[in-house]
Design a protein around this ligand. Structure first.
Ligand code: ATP
Length: 243
């Protein structure tokens, strides 16, 4: 049992959950390494939602709500960390959910779909085809899901899939604590925040956007500004680290 008053309680709980999910096969071992990279950047950002991330989260809500067909693409780490939060975002935004895995096996696909379903999500399933221009299994997508989407939310993505989705003309929103990653720099909108903070914030914004606010947010979206603001925040935290 991790004591609730431990100063790193949230981080330890997340690690414990990821380790359990790795033992069960939901999370790939490589996913644990990816989480470690995220944790390091979360430390630098102060383990909080910054003002610029909050702006990105409201903008993401506006984009999800105004899309013709929004799809949330879920991988093992996202399902392990935020299954209930993804289900709540689906209810608030009306987006479809599709599972997409780097280390894809039928068994892992089923496990992740089951985990999401147990938390109240409705997950698309069917015959995946090589729709996204990539040479590995992340190309596999549902024609009626990511294949048809005009907007895809890809938390914790990797750079070449993000670029391939953009090449297909899709709008891509990502959640990535590393503002320097290829994904962060390739997406239309990057939320530099931890996934379990970011998803509930997008969900909350879906129900609190004022009339006209969504259009204004979308019109003024500047991803380079958002990435720069995250880097500035990290630089600021570093320069005060030993005070
Ligand atoms: P890229 O290919 O985009 O340059 P990468 O090779 O680092 O990035 P991955 O190894 O797939 O891509 O890692 C996924 C990204 O997700 C990493 O940049 C990491 O910082 C981020 N990340 C990991 N865990 C979390 C989390 N819990 N919340 C938000 N971001 C996270």
């Amino acid at each position: 049992m991790i004591p609730r008053d431990h100063p790193r309680y949230r981080s330890l709980v997340a690690r414990e959950r990821l380790a359990r999910c790795a033992r069960e096969g939901v999370v790939a071992l490589e996913g644990l390494a990816a989480h470690g990279r995220g944790e390091a950047f979360d430390y630098l950002i102060g383990e909080k939602t910054t003002r610029s991330a909050a702006l990105a989260e409201r903008t993401a809500a506006a984009m999800l709500l105004s899309a013709r067909h929004a799809v949330i693409s879920v991988n093992g780490n996202t399902a392990a960390l935020a299954a209930a939060e993804i289900a709540a975002l689906q209810r608030a935004s009306g987006a479809d959910i599709e599972v997409n895995l780097f280390h894809r096996t039928e068994e892992r696909m089923e496990q992740i779909i089951r985990l999401l379903t147990e938390h109240g999500a409705r997950v698309l399933s069917g015959n995946a085809e090589r729709i996204v221009p990539l040479s590995h299994d992340r190309a596999l997508s549902l024609p009626e899901g990511i294949g048809d989407a005009d907007l895809v939310l890809v938390p914790l993505e990797d750079g070449d899939r993000c670029a391939a989705l953009r090449k297909m003309g899709k709008t891509v929103i990502t959640i990535d604590l590393n503002p320097l990653s290829r994904t962060a720099r390739t997406a239309n909108l990057t939320i530099v925040d931890e996934v379990t903070r970011a998803i509930p914030a997008i969900t909350a914004a879906c129900t609190t956007l004022e009339p006209g606010e969504g259009e204004r947010l979308i019109a003024s979206l500047d991803n380079t500004y958002l990435l720069r603001a995250a880097i500035d925040e990290m630089r600021e935290n570093l320069s005060h680290a030993l005070e």
